[in-house]
Write a protein that binds this ligand. Structure first.
Ligand code: SF4
Length: 391
């Protein structure tokens, strides 16, 4: 049964506020799940103020709270808009709290003006890049169908030249699995130091993935094992997000006591769409639709409060099923303490129910990664010089 919640119990639970400054995207990747990427509407600054007031007014912000600008191409909105938006967030934040901001971009529009802005605001910058031109251009295309690799690398050159720290998000499809050496040669040659691997998912209008089918988990395990090995052996080592996250989880004093992750805990992630509609659980739910849950919206910033959302039928229906799915995972899955019950959006779109367990996404992103990293640790322990016995 879904855990009973009141507004007080939500204090300090929100780790990410995902803000969609616009749903519009200037390119057209063939695995993109965003349905409104032709919509050029821009979020009003009043909506930004309300979103910040919603979080800080109810003290929802967790100690590691971050605002992420994403869910369309955020750089089609001007740096001046972001300066005002960041100021609006600062005005609503409690005195003394510095709010970190992050942005996830396709990299096409990065220039010196954006670099000035990133440096001035200490923005954490993530760039979507699927590796070499061969791998990247096969999936990440302009609206006219041309590859975008050269333009993204031009943007990355700006970041490097201006000393803006950044990380890469690399979508892994079937073609990537056979290209671990090509990928890591490229990242090493380009001095890319932080990489996150997103598996090509099934969600919304994207009803299939090149990673479906027999043998993908084994192939992904080989891929991740080799990329992890190369990353650690690189002259300037490369951090792979999935490996780092798993090690952080193992080293946490709370390991084994986590009941939920950010995507399946209510308000762990709060997503605000351009027009002020509110979403929680997996941020990808914003903009998608489903027969049972409609548009997944749990309210609008115009009038919603945490208490009104907790009482709403839309939230309660989702939470009951998501919580039941997490409980099933806890009962049945040996990886639960590392994954904490998976991602609701993948369960719904792969298994047709939030109240379910294993997905292709979790087999690759959690189970295969855990198998590889735990095997690495075991090998390191087995080959470590033995210590003399204590007296
Ligand atoms: S790895 Fe999959 S089955 Fe296991 S806890 Fe995570 S989502 Fe559930």
């Amino acid at each position: 049964m879904a855990e009973l919640l009141d507004a007080q119990s939500l204090r300090a639970t929100t780790r990410l506020l995902v803000m969609q400054p616009t749903a519009f995207c200037n390119i057209n990747c063939d695995y993109c799940y965003l349905p409104h990427r032709d919509d050029r509407a821009v979020m009003s600054l009043e909506t930004v103020s309300r979103a910040a007031g919603f979080i800080f007014g109810a003290e929802l912000n967790a100690p590691d709270f971050t605002v992420v600008w994403h869910a369309g191409e955020p750089l089609v909105v001007s740096p001046q808009w972001y300066r005002q938006a960041i100021a609006a967030v600062e005005r609503a934040a409690p005195p003394g709290l510095t709010v970190p901001h992050a942005i996830q971009t396709n990299g096409m529009l990065i220039d010196d003006t954006w670099c000035d802005f990133f440096l001035e605001t200490h923005m954490r910058v993530g760039v979507s890049l699927d590796g070499t031109a061969r791998l990247h251009d096969a999936r990440r295309k302009t609206r006219a169908g041309k590859g975008t690799h050269a333009q993204v690398m031009h943007g990355i050159d700006h970041l490097r030249r201006r000393g803006v720290p950044f990380h890469i998000i690399c979508v892994v499809g079937k073609a990537t699995l056979d290209a671990a050496e090509e990928l890591m040669d490229f990242f090493e040659a380009e001095d890319i130091r932080h990489v996150g691997f997103n598996v090509e998912e099934i969600e919304g209008a994207v009803e299939s993935s090149t990673l479906e089918g027999e043998g993908s988990a084994a192939a992904f395990r080989r891929f991740f094992s080799r990329t992890s090995e190369r990353a650690r052996a690189a002259v300037r080592s490369i951090l792979i997000r999935e490996r780092e996250d798993l090690l952080a989880c193992l080293q946490s004093p709370a390991f084994g006591y986590f009941g939920y992750n950010s995507q399946n805990a209510p308000f762990g992630i709060v997503t605000v769409a351009t027009g002020g509609d509110l979403f929680t659980f997996s941020p990808e739910l914003a903009g998608l639709e489903n027969e049972t849950y409609g548009d997944f919206c749990i309210g609008n910033l115009a009038d919603a409060t945490p208490a009104s959302i907790l009482a709403s039928p839309a939230f309660r229906a989702m939470w009951r099923e998501i919580d039941a799915g997490v409980s099933r995972c806890k009962e049945n899955c040996a990886y639960f303490n590392l994954c904490m019950g998976g991602a609701p959006v993948n369960k719904l779109f792969e298994n047709k129910s939030f109240d379910s367990t294993e997905t292709m996404f979790c087999r690759l992103s959690h189970q295969a990664v855990a198998d590889v990293v735990l095997a690495e640790i075991e090998r390191e322990i087995a080959t470590a010089p033995s210590r003399p016995n204590s007296p």
